[in-house]
Design a protein around this ligand. Structure first.
Ligand code: ATP
Ligand code: ZN
Length: 291
């Protein structure tokens, strides 16, 4: 069946089948976008936003955005750096986190980038890696490999590799040791400067929704009971977005406190609050925060 794209709808390209796909679809869902996906499709419609979703290989996403085939894309920064497409990165999603690292076999005599002088390095990111070594004035020969890069040294193809790594486990399994990091990467939303006012408005509204999901992910909603005389101390630890909500309890001289706590300091703050005398602490995830 011929795809029935509406001209006024936004089109967003996302990875069809890979490491970013599940997190991307989950994020769109958290932003309240209802998308009918059965995993087999090349495109899907959003039922409650003028948005069509196009499923493609991640490498094609920057070009699709640049040449106006789509308005938006969700792709790893690593692909952007390699492609050099004329697109802008609008926001970071905090998923698809990984780094492009340089690694060598555990028993290699290479210990730093300079040791790569006149050696070969295998990678799926030849332009980025060439630029990296050129800037350091180190002459390397780059071998482009599109998959299973970790096997290259064992196959005698190269002295080392430059590849994406998140936990480092794939490198460890292949008996490789990291000697340098070229960059960190995560999934980003990309678009181009477009003259179409209607579309710019739709993109703005979409980014507003996405930002509210991201902000919400940074916090937890916390409710607790505490003796009234500990209130000041607890508010100092967890001041909330503007200020906590305080209500009286039936028990004399006790209050109920509702506040939010940042995820990255959550345990530290909750234990301080508990030590300060709070009890019955209830923690809830937050769906969205409209700042
Ligand atoms: P495609 O078939 O779409 O071309 P691919 O094989 O190039 O897929 P994937 O392995 O699915 O790509 O990775 C997609 C993206 O996921 C990467 O470009 C990167 O941004 C991100 N990513 C996160 N962690 C890792 C990791 N450990 N290794 C590789 N990519 C990672
Ligand atoms: Zn790819």
């Amino acid at each position: 069946m011929k795809p029935n794209f509406q001209n006024n709808n936004l089109k967003i390209a996302i990875q069809k089948n890979g490491r970013l796909t599940a997190d991307t679809l989950l994020f769109l869902k958290k932003a309240g976008l209802e998308i009918d996906t059965d995993g087999q499709k090349l495109y899907a419609k959003c039922w409650n936003y003028p948005l069509d979703i196009i499923f493609v290989r991640d490498d094609d996403i920057p070009d699709f955005v640049q040449n106006k085939s789509v308005d938006l894309g969700i792709v790893g920064e690593n692909v952007l750096y390699e492609k050099n497409a004329c697109v802008e990165s609008k926001m970071k999603f905090n998923f698809g986190l990984c780094s492009l690292v340089v690694a060598v076999p555990r028993d290699s005599q290479i210990f730093n980038e300079a040791d790569f002088q006149d050696k070969t390095i295998a990678t799926s990111y030849p332009l980025t890696v060439a630029k990296y070594f050129k800037e350091k004035n180190i002459k390397v020969t780059i071998v482009k490999v599109t998959g299973s890069v970790e096997l290259s040294p064992a196959l005698g193809l190269s002295a080392g590799i430059a590849d994406l790594s998140s936990t480092g486990s794939t490198l460890a399994i292949s008996d490789l040791r990291t000697i340098a990091k070229i960059y960190d990467s995560q999934a980003v939303l990309i678009s181009r400067q477009d003259g179409n006012i209607k579309k710019i408005e739709l993109i703005k509204k979409l980014i507003f929704r996405f930002q509210s999901v991201l902000t919400a992910q940074k916090y937890k909603y916390v409710m607790m009971n505490a003796p009234k005389n500990k209130l000041k101390q607890i508010i100092q630890i967890a001041p909330g977005l503007k200020s906590p909500t305080i209500s009286s309890l039936a028990k004399q001289d006790w209050v109920s406190i509702q506040t939010v706590i940042e995820e990255d300091v959550f345990w530290e703050k909750v234990s301080k609050i508990k030590d300060a005398g709070a009890s019955g602490i209830i923690v809830l995830p937050i769906e969205k925060i409209i700042a």
